[in-house]
Write a protein that binds this ligand. Structure first.
Ligand code: HEC
Length: 140
């Protein structure tokens, strides 16, 4: 009796769990999630929600880290500063190859973001100019 109640409860809970997790993280974020980064960081560009928003969203880490800390992201993972120094020395371990893979991921995300902005600017241009302005000038 008790067993069947547990099974029934588990079956009822299943669709609920599926509903609360509507947006699936992008598979490209697998390493990021597997290494525990999403415990504290979101990665909005890849639909990753943070368990606790303790750290900043890392979608633009590739440019944020040099701006904030004056070091490249490669260097930051080799010699982390601030809170991440404590975290990477503690329960979150990052192998060199993991660091390289994450740097590549953050760099790709940044480049894709810039490319997207660039194409938006390009598309907007014809709207700003009159049709006549784009015609070659005639000499009189
Ligand atoms: C226990 C929480 C926690 C975990 C887990 C964690 N971080 Fe952090 N991380 C932080 C906090 C908090 C900061 C902000 C530090 C500060 O402002 O001094 C931060 C900052 C960073 C930054 C600098 C971003 C910026 O713009 O300042 C990077 C890059 C980063 N973390 C990468 C990672 C990666 C990659 C992982 C997984 C391997 C990870 N973190 C796991 C809490 C965490």
């Amino acid at each position: 009796m008790r067993m069947s109640l547990i099974v029934a409860a588990a079956l009822m809970a299943q669709p609920l769990a599926a509903q609360t997790n509507v947006v699936q993280p992008n598979p490209r974020a697998r390493l990021f999630v597997a290494r525990g980064c999403s415990e504290c960081h979101a990665l909005e560009l890849l639909n990753v929600k943070a368990k606790t928003d303790v750290g900043p969203d890392l979608s633009s880490a590739y440019v944020d880290v040099p701006t904030r800390y004056g070091v490249t992201l490669e260097r930051f993972f080799d010699e982390p500063v601030g809170i991440m120094r404590v975290i990477l020395a503690g329960h979150v371990q990052l192998h060199r190859t993991d660091g390289d893979s994450l740097v590549r991921l953050f760099r790709d995300l940044y480049n894709e973001h810039v490319a997207r902005l660039d194409s938006l600017v390009r598309q907007a241009r014809p709207v700003e100019t009159s049709p006549k302005a784009s015609e070659p000038r005639r000499r009189t």
